[in-house]
Write a protein that binds this ligand. Structure first.
Ligand code: DGJ
Length: 723
């Protein structure tokens, strides 16, 4: 039984073979957080024993010292002096709540969330705890799902106005964990455009710390995720507790360490610029949060998140399938192309063994630069004389699949759409507009705008008979105001935008179930589980430089599996950094993602094209292992001059190991690289050299990585178990 309820002591014990999460109702009414971690049979200790410091310092409600109790749904204002996960402004202007247990239910499976992406869970079990504040009528449902095969608890919260007066939600987070014992370190993924998801680790100190986005998107700058590390925890060992979120908008992930070294970790929708009116009888559903416990360090944590994502979040025909090797014309041509150029590139790609040709930005309106035409999804006949269909037919005629770039959420001031509907963008009437990349954001909170977007996207996809869509989004939201909302509801816009986006994605992806969708937001500006629910892969970053990609993909792998990370071989010197890296290194790095090319193949010498042909054969042969194997990080580019990682097949019969050096350093010994995840009892043969190694030897002693000559050299080994 994954969820046990013991009525005598009011304990809910959520468990699988590895983890326990225990909630206790103290005084029969307050859900306190009693334990989360390695599986235990039970917790006998009395939570109350630990929560009283000097008695006279404690505020109490019903005799309970809420300020020192670890709680499941804390709220500020009735004795707890820390920030809570819920803030509900009531008719009298106050916001204190006294949320007490009313009832609970244990469900088989996992209910989907209304209007929001969420993980599946047919073989999971879900606990729903119902609480109520008698004074205001506010009701809260806390949901917890435990999986048999993934060490993750999925949580969400639903608030219902069960009272007689309207309420205003000012904060509604998805999960809160009060840790009794201090952690040592906080790890987050932060960065910027072209430098996404860099790993930052720092000591936890009293007060607030964490990451957030107020940009209307999960953002390049911060990833909705944080990991708390117990003393001594590292890549392969030690205890890690992580929280992440299935949401693509502004978010908050915060830890508050109090004066008793208790850490309150919370994650959810960003409360800044958020409010939501609840009339009597209405409810509000928060996005889903994932709580992951790993006793096997960060690598262990990552593998749990990878399993969650690929088993329960990504959906559709491509979730577990081979992905087409693609060529994208963006870095090959930018806006400067015509049909002849595209076909030349496509036929060269076909000869090199590529499967899919993707037409990027610039095919519509009169878009020769990034300053016009977004919203006017009309074929530019100057560049494509027979429109999208003509080009698509020819691409298909070459034996390639055809993919299309769209940026459906945007509108250019220079567009027919804007001239017809100037109020359809997010703007403040009477104020100057703030543009970014010369564009504005469509107001997806409005039904008529959503309908336009769905129709325009579907029409372009049908016209182009497309097999793949790259869904881009190149600016964040600012100047918050919607003409569709009255002044009291403007703070609902951020969240309504994301709900609108999800509605559009649901409509479009279900209308084209056999199309592969790749999410993109100026590269990795919306790399989150919410987008993964609709699209199984995402362009990881606009930075295609292999050396920088080592960092970006290494950081991204903390949370997301290889099968989600769009990664392409691009030209040298690289267009973002000017760096020159060997072709093999660019390919080896792109192989730890969904593989493709982003350069003008027609300009390459024959020997490079020949190498590309060989690489493509290799990628196709190894794709199941590369995309869906167990992923292990071996050397961190954040800690030295090397990056190394490996993928191991589920049955441990083969593995692929990739090692990449940074700038060359002279007079260095060959590296000894201990591997992970192999079967210690098996022997493995290096396919290229024919050398045999024991799995135990490779994991305990290591694999010797030869010395290389030159900057940014990569080594890749394919190991196959010997029968
Ligand atoms: C940003 C994307 O990340 C790029 O790959 C490219 O599609 C451009 N937008 C096109 O405008």
């Amino acid at each position: 039984m994954p969820i046990l309820y013991s009525p005598e002591n009011h304990v809910f014990h959520l468990q699988n073979a590895n983890i326990s999460y225990i909630i206790r109702l103290v005084a029969g009414k307050y859900p306190i957080h009693q334990y989360w971690g390695r599986r235990v049979r039970a917790i006998h200790a009395d939570a109350m024993e630990r929560c009283c410091t000097q008695e006279e310092e404690n505020f109490t409600l019903h005799g309970l010292p809420l300020d020192t109790l670890p709680q499941e749904c804390p709220v500020y204002g009735c004795g707890d002096l820390r920030q809570g996960m819920l803030e509900v402004r009531q008719a009298d202007g106050s916001s204190a709540l006294d949320l007490c247990y009313v009832s609970h239910e244990i469900l088989k499976g996992k209910p989907a969330l209304k209007g929001l992406p969420s993980a599946r869970g047919d073989d999971a079990e879900t606990l729903v705890l119902r609480l109520q504040d008698e004074h205001s009528g506010v009701e809260v449902e806390l949901s917890y799902t435990v999986y048999p095969d993934v060490d993750v608890i999925a949580r969400n919260l639903r608030v219902i106005n069960g009272g007689q007066f309207p309420l205003v939600l000012e904060k509604a987070l998805s999960a809160c964990v009060d840790f009794e014992n201090a952690h040592e370190q906080l790890m987050t993924l932060s960065g910027a455009w072209l430098r996404e998801r860099q790993i930052y680790t720092r000591p936890l100190t009293p007060g607030n710390q964490g990451v957030e986005s107020v940009r209307g998107a999960s953002s390049h700058q911060a990833c909705p995720f944080m990991a708390l590390l117990k003393p001594g925890a590292a890549e392969d060992s030690g205890e890690v507790y992580a929280l992440s979120l299935c949401y693509s908008g502004s978010f908050l992930a915060n830890v508050f360490v109090d004066s008793n070294d208790m850490a309150r970790a919370q994650i959810g929708i960003q409360p800044f610029q958020f409010s939501w009116e609840l009339k009597p009888g209405e409810d509000f559903q928060t996005p889903e949060a994932y709580l992951c416990y790993s006793p096997n360090g960060l690598n262990g944590m990552s593998r749990e998140f990878h399993h969650l994502c690929s088993r329960y979040i990504t959906r559709g025909a491509f979730a577990h399938a081979a992905r087409p090797l693609l060529i994208n014309n963006w870095e090959a041509t930018y806006f400067n192309f015509n049909e002849e150029k595209l076909l030349e590139l496509a036929s060269c790609a076909k000869n090199a063994g590529i499967d899919l040709f993707v037409l990027d930005d610039g095919w519509f309106g009169h878009r020769d630069l990034d300053n016009c035409s977004l919203g006017d999804w009309v074929d530019d006949r100057r560049k494509l004389p027979e429109g999208l269909r003509g080009l698509s037919d020819r691409i298909h005629g070459l034996g390639l699949k055809f993919g299309l770039w769209l940026e459906p959420e945007m509108i250019s001031p220079d567009s027919d759409l804007y001239r017809a509907h100037p109020d359809w963008c997010i703007h403040i009437p009477g104020r100057m507009q703030v543009e970014s990349r010369n564009q504005l954001v469509l107001d997806l909170s409005r039904k008529e705008v959503r309908e336009y977007v769905i129709d325009a996207v579907c029409a372009a996809m049908e016209r182009g008979n497309v097999d793949y869509v790259k869904w881009d989004m190149n600016r964040n939201i600012n100047m918050l105001h919607s003409d569709g909302l009255d002044s009291a509801h403007q703070k609902e816009l951020n969240h309504r935008y994301i709900l609108g986006l999800y509605e559009i994605l649901e409509a479009v992806t279900s209308r084209f179930p056999n199309v592969l969708f790749e999410s993109c937001a100026g590269g990795g500006g919306r790399f989150d589980f919410g987008m993964m629910y609709y699209m199984p892969q995402a362009w990881c970053s606009d930075d295609s430089d292999a050396f920088m990609r080592c960092r970006i993909q290494y950081g991204t792998s903390m949370l997301f599996p290889v099968s989600t990370m769009g990664a392409h071989v691009s030209a040298v010197p690289n267009h973002q950094t000017g760096r020159i890296t060997p072709l093999f290194t660019r390919a080896a790095v792109a192989m730890s993602g969904t593989y493709g090319y982003e350069l003008d193949l027609t300009k390459l010498p024959e020997e490079e094209l020949e190498e590309i042909r060989r690489l493509n054969e290799k990628v196709k042969a190894l794709q199941p292992l590369l995309l869906y194997g167990e992923f292990y990080r071996l050397r961190s580019p954040f800690e030295g001059n090397e990056t190394a990682f490996m993928s191991v097949s589920e049955d441990q019969s083969e593995a692929i190991v990739t090692h990449v050096y940074g700038p060359a350093q002279p007079n260095m010994l060959p590296v000894l690289l201990p591997l992970r995840g192999l079967d210690p009892e098996k022997d493995y043969r290096d396919v290229e050299s024919g050398r045999i190694y024991g799995g135990d030897e490779l994991m305990s002693h290591g694999l010797t990585i030869p010395r290389t000559w030159g900057d940014y050299m990569a080594t890749q080994l394919h190991l196959v178990a010997v029968k």
